[in-house]
Design a protein around this ligand. Sequence first.
Ligand code: SAH
Length: 261
Amino acid sequence: MTYTVLTLFPEITDAYFAASIMARAVERGIVSYRAVNIRDFALDRHHTCDDAPYGGGPGMLMLPEPLGRALESVGVRPQERPILERPTAERPTAERRVIYLSPSGRTFNQALAWELASCRELVLLCGRYEGIDQRIIDRYVDEEISVGDYVLSSGETAALVLIDATYRLVDRVIASESLAEETFAGGLLEYPQYTRPEIYDMLEVPDVLLSGHHEHIRRWRLRRRVEKTCALRPDLIRKGLELGLFDGETRGIIQEIQENE
Ligand code: SAH
């Protein structure tokens, strides 16, 4: 997986790629990263990248010319397809995806993270100020993606959310067992977890986890996952039932909990 980040502040994303698990994934050649400083493609003496919006209104917009040149420099070409025919969940592509991080976009979630993790390259365009000139979206962008219904001041933080959620799903970055039972896998939240000490300020670790009895631990964890999901995210239970995500044992626990409510 290659992440190509187009930004006015490469130092923000550089730092992420140099630390921890990501640094190891880069070192092992599983993930690669290139940052493109959009300012390098502003050709005037002051390297201007923004100007006032036509029609008036507050703030500044990112100029199309430096953005277009920056995109072309990494091999992105004008789209031949109209925006409504570009890749989406229904029309995924394993190739390169050009994404503009934007509060107007499709809302990011774990399913979209899995979809993007199978792409060969993600080109992430980070906005600033009031955003970017629409003609860049129309001409180059496959898809706008939002990290949630709130407005950030910068696309870099949104790009980091997308990068962090996707690279860990790329094959061999972390052990697949770690992904199997985590939150959202199979439509449930994760079970509660404990580490040493056995007694922390009079609070004890549940006995079953100290028993060494694998089957009891498995059943306890599944029950806790279901109880937690029913309590905190009943919408996930409804959706999982609708989509047929749960096995008989899980459905049995859900039924029991719902009967006792
Ligand atoms: N005027 C714009 C907001 C611009 S915020 C509007 O009203 O929609 C500046 C930049 O932050 C955007 O260009 C975008 O790249 C990024 N951004 C803000 N909120 C975001 C979100 N929820 N998801 C992804 N990117 C976001």
